[in-house]
Design a protein around this ligand. Structure first.
Ligand code: C2E
Ligand code: MG
Ligand code: MG
Ligand code: MG
Length: 282
């Protein structure tokens, strides 16, 4: 019966759990020296102006190059870094690299950097941003900071001053994954942001779901009335692009244009995309 099997099952679970704890500890220990060893890299994915067909910005995305293991993606280490207090260091590294890369580009393209709530609620985050701008010489309005809705929630309390400090500096603030959080409208009311990035989960099915299409169009109209810029995330098909264009969505980002790449200089396949659309993208 269950009672007889109980012990064996418990041991199997135990081994499995132990394995996971060991792997997690290995990751944590390795992550502690990742910045010092120069293993944190920044990759870039362009954000395009859908009407003008130009690149307006490039999003900085963290990658961890682990010896003998290849490249680790953010979902393998960002949450751990947040939990063990390494996100401040990793975040500052990515911010620094991103600002330098943006300054080195010949075209004037903004760089958009993801900020964890744990970084944002620290008193010195304003100073970290100032330093990155000073060292790189990047103009403040060429730096966009992407905050998730949970970061904005925390900002309502402890980090309201940091938020104001960033506003005063002139960096642009975006709400990332807009619509995926619990209180999207409260954030819009309380915080003076510049840009909304519509979560890719809403964009995914716009070709087939009239409901999703209505939601995305609603956010585009909302952004318009609030005079905010709007980015549709996760555009993968020409059909999605066509619909977003028709809605008047200003900016877009996704594999259709380019996957994230180690080089900040954007290589967007406008020609091919235009061919796919039969030259309708003008
Ligand atoms: P995010 O900021 O929403 O970034 C978008 C993610 O979607 C990226 O994954 C990007 O590669 C992926 N993506 C872009 N276009 C498409 C598409 O057309 N289709 C699909 N399926 N995916 C697409 P990535 O690089 O794995 O990053 C995942 C998340 O990790 C980011 O989501 C962001 O929240 C976090 N992250 C990345 N870098 C950093 C960082 O430096 N600091 C912090 N705090 N978080 C970071
Ligand atoms: Mg982002
Ligand atoms: Mg996003
Ligand atoms: Mg996301």
């Amino acid at each position: 019966l269950a009672k007889d099997r109980g012990r064996g099952r418990f041991e199997i679970f135990d081994d499995d759990l132990r394995g996971r704890i060991d792997r997690r500890l290995d990751t944590e220990i390795a992550l502690r020296s990742a910045v010092g060893l120069g293993q944190i890299e920044t990759w870039y994915q362009p954000i395009v102006d859908l009407q003008a067909r130009t690149v307006v910005a490039t999003e900085a995305l963290a990658r961890w190059r682990r010896p003998e293991r290849g490249i680790a993606m953010p979902n393998e280490f960002i949450a751990i870094a947040e939990e063990v207090g390494l996100i401040k260091q990793i975040g500052a590294e990515v911010l620094g690299q991103a600002c330098l890369a943006a300054t080195a580009l010949s075209a004037s393209i903004a760089v958009s950097v993801n900020v964890s709530p744990r970084q944002f609620v620290r008193d010195d985050f304003g100073a970290v941003v100032k330093r990155a701008l000073r060292i790189s010489g990047l103009a403040p309005d060429q730096l966009w900071l992407e905050l998730t809705e949970s970061a904005v929630t925390e900002a309502i309390g402890s980090a309201a001053r940091t938020f104001q400090e960033l506003r005063d500096m002139g960096v642009r603030i975006a709400i990332d994954d807009f619509g995926s959080g619990y209180s999207s409208f409260t954030h819009l009311r309380e915080f003076d942001v510049d840009l909304l990035k519509i979560d890719m989960s809403f964009v995914r099915d716009i070709e087939h779901s009239t409901r999703d299409r209505a939601i995305v169009e609603g956010v585009v109209r909302l952004a318009e009335s609030l005079r905010l810029d709007v980015v549709a995330e996760g555009i993968e098909s020409a059909g999605q692009l066509e619909l977003l264009e028709k809605m008047g969505c200003r900016f877009g980002q996704g594999y259709l244009f380019s996957k994230p790449a180690p080089d900040a200089a954007p290589a967007v396949r406008f020609k091919e995309i235009q061919d796919t659309l039969g030259h309708r993208l003008v």
